[in-house]
Ligand binder design. Structure first.
Ligand code: SF4
Length: 415
């Protein structure tokens, strides 16, 4: 029998179209003609229709009830109203969408036409995430963004007027040209906008982005020389936590802050290891094995699959998702580094129930070492990152790889 958290599904749909490419971006997204949008939506609809059959063939459970939907990108708000309507109609045909489901769409400021906004509201979209990144116009522009502060304010007004009040604003600490003072200004504008959710990321420049290549090879086109130091970015992040707390936006994850009751339910499912179906370019799925027989060799495994990031192959149907069964050992590792992302932390008793006291005991040796380094706290059966641990989270998570004694399989239990 499946545990409660496995009974409902989250659907993620990647929409890889952007009006321009941001300098720091390494996502599988790009600028494509609108004619490709319809072909892409056709393919997603076909994948939605065949999802059940593919799940059966793979031996995994695909819950029919959906409690969260997330259209990410890319810039899903670039889709024409009729494509939005077709996409949501197809989801409704294939699944039972819970009337209380959280339905989020990512929008780029200034790239949400009236017709598309109306289509989103009509489709039941109740949450919008705006990729603002900076409220300082010159910083936004030098990063390749096309909006201004005034445009963001107007979008927020239009979204609220359309009845979509569960709003998120993304900011990035570390953009080229950003200073501690300009960062404070962006934070202030964010809090004045009274959105109930904020996602605040520290810039991690990837060598596959244009900015990253310029940082490695030199040049001035993307203002690589104006990217703040790691130390300054860390100070920006720390000040963001203070400003958000003062504004009533409580940090619940390394990069996420919300008013009570406004946490992102869809994103929580990734950290809580609840099942999700990812559709579209570069999207991933995580679904549990269908077997009821947990004594079998494949006991408790989950299937992780990842779609191609090649749009041409995807549209031509010449793609082959990469799939891998995650053993209980891998799930135990993930339980630590995903769970620790949350400020609520990891309940040791829950992990012992799921993975057994022996393996969790091995992980607790790692916890004790990280506690000495003031990266984790361990009290009352709860393990949490310290503020320093949040800054160095990648280093902390690495310590949880290979924690199972002798690499043996653990027996999963139903708790
Ligand atoms: S809008 Fe998002 S996905 Fe598109 S280029 Fe910018 S960062 Fe990348």
């Amino acid at each position: 029998m499946a545990v409660d958290r496995d009974k409902a599904l989250g659907i993620y749909i990647s929409v890889p179209f952007c009006r321009s490419k941001c300098t720091y971006c390494n996502f599988a997204s790009g600028v494509y003609p609108a004619s490709e949008h319809a072909r892409y939506v056709d393919r997603i609809i076909a994948d939605l229709a065949s999802a059940g059959q593919r799940a059966r063939q793979s031996g995994v459970v695909l819950p029919r009830t959906v409690d969260s939907i997330y259209l990410g990108g890319g810039t899903p708000s670039l889709l024409a109203p009729e494509l939005i309507a077709r996409l949501f109609a197809a989801i409704g045909e294939g699944f039972d969408v819970d009337p209380r489901a959280e339905i989020t769409v990512e929008c780029a400021p200034g790239q949400l036409a009236d017709g598309t906004l109306a289509a989103l509201a009509a489709a039941g979209v109740n949450r919008v995430s705006l990729g603002v990144q900076s409220f300082i116009d010159r910083e936004a522009h030098s990063s390749g963004r096309l909006h201004s502060r005034a445009i963001v304010a107007d979008d927020l007004r239009r979204l609220r007027a359309a009845g979509i009040t569960n709003l998120n604003v993304d900011l990035i600490a570390g953009l080229a040209g950003q200073t501690l003072a300009s960062w404070q200004e962006s934070l202030q504008v964010l809090t004045e906008s009274a959105v109930p959710h904020a996602s605040i990321y520290m810039l991690e420049v990837d060598e596959d982005s244009r900015l990253g290549r310029e940082m490695l090879a030199g040049g001035a086109r993307y203002h690589a020389e104006l990217v703040p130091s790691d130390e300054t970015i860390a100070r920006m992040y720390e000040s963001a936590i203070e400003v958000m707390a003062a504004a009533g936006l409580i940090q619940y994850e390394i990069s996420n802050f919300s008013r009570p009751g406004f946490q992102s339910l869809h994103n929580l499912r990734y950290w809580q290891r609840r099942p999700y179906l990812g559709l579209g370019l570069d999207a991933s799925s995580m679904l549990r094995a269908a077997t009821e027989d947990r004594d079998a060799e494949d006991l408790g495994y989950v299937l992780r699959s990842s779609n191609t990031d090649d749009l041409t192959a995807y549209l031509a149907g010449e793609d082959h998702p990469e799939t891998a069964w995650l053993s209980p050992v891998s799930q135990h590792e993930e339980a630590w580094f995903l769970g620790l992302r949350l400020n609520a932390g990891v309940q040791v008793a829950e992990l012992e129930c799921e993975f057994g006291a022996r393996d969790v005991g091995a992980a607790l040796h790692v916890v004790r070492e990280l506690e000495k380094d003031e990266l984790l706290t361990f009290a009352n059966g709860l393990v949490r990152l310290t503020p320093r641990g949040r800054l160095l989270s990648n280093e902390v998570f690495q310590q949880f790889l290979g924690i199972a004694p002798d690499g043996e399989l653990t027996t999963l239990k139903q708790c």
